[in-house]
Structures are given as structure tokens and as C-alpha cells.
Design a protein around this ligand. Sequence first.
Ligand code: 13P
Length: 271
Amino acid sequence: MKNKFEQINKENKALLATNFYNFETLKGVLTAAQEKNSSIILQLTKSSIDYLGLDNAVAMAKSGLKSFGVKGWIHLDHGPNIELVEACLKAGFDSVMYDGSELSLEQNIENTRKVVSLAAQYNVNVEAELGYIAKLGQAKNKVAYTSAKDAKLFVDETGVNTLAVAIGTAHGFYKKTPKLDFNRLKEIKDAVNIPLVLHGGSGVPVEDVRMAIKNGICKVNVATEIKNIFMQTLKKLLSETEEIDLRKVFPPATNAVKELVKGKLDMVSIV
Ligand code: 13P
């Protein structure tokens, strides 16, 4: 993962990182990557790990990558504490995010530094977040933009490999189209020159995502749209049928995820 990021950082490219929640959403994502012949990052949050079980989640993702013939990596999204990061490292993740964005800069630096040294033993990529990107369900104005000066200090002090930056996105759906601060992004990239991560990818216009990639974003996270299209498709279908064979009911929802993710793969690959 670290090598891949180094390479795409030089080439001004980005990887799509999609969250999955169950076998059906994983299958949708993997089928999209397979049909597009694309690499992909498979993300799990703490809630998904709690839901699926850590070992099951990793086994499912690994065997899925293998059986679909997709080059991909397993990433911990928004790791809330060092204990979970360590469990994911032991379970075979390729990449981990430690999210200390709600802490003070000093505390975020201290904790992230610990994670970086722990992950070094596994040669695993570490992502951190600096500034604050509103989480799902939080007011979109709960945002603290990342400053280039803090980013430089943070990267120098922690040795983190990839950095999630707050430049105007938020997790979940937007009430109005977000306005990304590309000047800020450029300043951050000039200051740190490591792969940067765009969280809150759902609902960001394609042109903005591409502009962000041109200016230093190497990983684009998409989650909400996946959950949404899966559930909307399922709900519609269930309202129209008495079918109880879940093997017949889930495939259209999985297929909707596939089509969505294919579009997202196009979005990040044409730069
Ligand atoms: P969305 O849920 O807004 O797509 O954000 C995904 C994300 O950034 C995961 O960390």
C-alpha cells in the first residue's frame, strides 16, 4: 500500500476507497473493480467491524479480492483508538487510519506517532486526519479546515504516510453542493508532499473530485452513496414483492452498488 501510494503520488493519480458493510455490498464493489479492471481500497469502520466481526470481515475481503481477481487493499477507516488499530494490524490490514482529529494538535501528534511506530512493525500504511471533517449526522458546519502550517508540523512530527485533509467536504449527503478550497489543498500539498485523502466523497461533483486529484488527493473515500443505493433499491423491491428468498432479493441491490462504484472508478481514473 505504501509503495502504491508513493507511485500514484508521483503520477498525480488517486485510488477509490469504498466502504463495505456486508457480503452483498462487498460483492457489488468487487464486481465493479473486476469489470473496470481497477484496483480498489476496501474500507471498514469500527461499526462495520463490530457488525461483521474482525476476523470474518478480513477473511471475507481477502478471499473476495482473490476470487474476483481484483488488486486491492484492506483499510481501517476512522480508527478511534490505538487498541483497534493494533487489532487490525494483527488481523492483516494493509492500511490503517488513526483518527485523532477531535483531539488537540499535540495529542493528535502524540497518538499518531504511536500508531506510526506500531504500524512500522507490520510495514503497513498509516493515514491520519488533521483539521476536522464533520462526521455522519453532525452539522456540516462542524468543520475545521486544515492549515498547511499545521499539516507540515504534523507530518514532520509523526511520519504519517497519508493525510486526510479538511478542505470543505463532510461525511454523508450534502444539503447543497460543497465548495472545495483548492488553494488550501495546493498549499497543503506543497508543504507536505505526501498522498492526501479526500473524505466525504459522496455527492462531490465529478469535476471537483478530479480537480482535487490534480492538486494532490491520492485517495477518494466513498461510503454513504453505497449504503444509500443498496438500501433504496432493496426497499423499493421489497415494497413490490412478496418474495422471501433473500438470494433473489439482494442481487438487484448488489447490482446497483456495482453500477454506482463503476461510475466512481471512472471518476477517479480519468484525470
Ligand atoms: P461519505 O460517506 O460522505 O461518502 O464519506 C466517506 C468517507 O470519507 C469515509 O471515511
